[in-house]
Design a protein around this ligand. Sequence first.
Ligand code: MN
Length: 428
Amino acid sequence: MTMIDKSLIEQENEARAENLKRDYESLGERLDRRGIAIDEIRDKVAAYGVAIPSWGVGTGGTRFARFPGAGEPRGIFDKLEDCSVINELTRATPNVSLHIPWDKADPHSLKAKAEELGLGFDAMNSNTFQDQPDQAHSYKFGSLSHTDAATRRQAIEHNLECIEIGAALGSKALTVWIGDGSNFPGQSHFTRQFERYLESAKEIYARLPGDWRLFTEHKIFEPAFYSTVVQDWGTNYMIAQELGEKAFCLVDLGHHAPNVNIEMIVARLIQFGKLGGFHFNDSKYGDDDLDTGSIDPYRLFLVFNELVDAETRNAPGFDPAHMLDQSHNVTDPIESLMVSAMEVQRAYAQALLVERSALEGFQESNDALMATTTLKTAFRTDVEPVLAMARLDRGGAVDPVAAYRASGYRKQVADVRPQASGAGGGIV
Ligand SMILES: [Mn+2]
């Protein structure tokens, strides 16, 4: 089953295929002069996928308001259909990352629906940063690190339930982000609070299936504004070390202080075998959850430069999960997610163009100018024909946004999905 008519995609591609072929050949010639085979880059890009967060297909919001768009998904089954649209047009997003309890449904129906759409499931996400209507204990003062044992127990049990649901769906990882922290100096005892967190996390870790990984996600602040329990990559690394070999750090690009060198954090985590994966997005000020590559595409490229470096030298234990985590407040979420998935692929393709042996030579001889120029040469290359050809080869759209708009999908779903109120959103 497809959400977008295949003949529409073919028709859209027909008008663009000739120019694409010429652009691809021209770029191929130029890359050949640099000793790079364009088809190899295209094949790597084609094999590269980034997971869609189920919560990303609904319109997001800020602390002030949420302005729902037309035809918003009513629940997880509508969300899966929207995710399928993104994958059918970009061929870059074969998996969906679920958030529980937002996406709670019968696992067999979920799996059947995903299979029908040709989608799989990436990491499961737990939610102990909100209270659900039927829960016994409140997370107002924390969850896994709460002072009250019964509240911690409830948060642990919720994570175990996420594992259980994920296991039925074929997921292989659990991502844990908590909002625990404090808003006032003196409110919490830093050490005791972190001890409680570790104790809870160890219980979750102990129940992880053998082939699963646990990703813990750090974030500098918000909703706690004075201190956050898992606030930075150092704390996150300590957690992964304490828990064991199936525990890894998840890097959300927006979860750092401004100007922090994220690519170096990535390199450190790779070096010590603890890089679990990414939540890609972009930011200008804080955890803005803006579209990936929309503010600082060079930083995204520099992160991918580290990833390709690790891939090239077969760094031990290197197998990061790639997910988007964004909030779309003023765009059609499907369009934003398509463009963002392509931005991730673009950064990957550009990083594949870095002449690594030359770079190493410049680094060894302390030629700073030529070293940085080597990176810039790769970054400046317009790899759009590579990305478009990878999509075309796999039945996607040469221009996914144009094809999406031509399909009238949003209008069609707006006719059957009632105008949404405020349900199912979230920024994590
Ligand atoms: Mn995140």
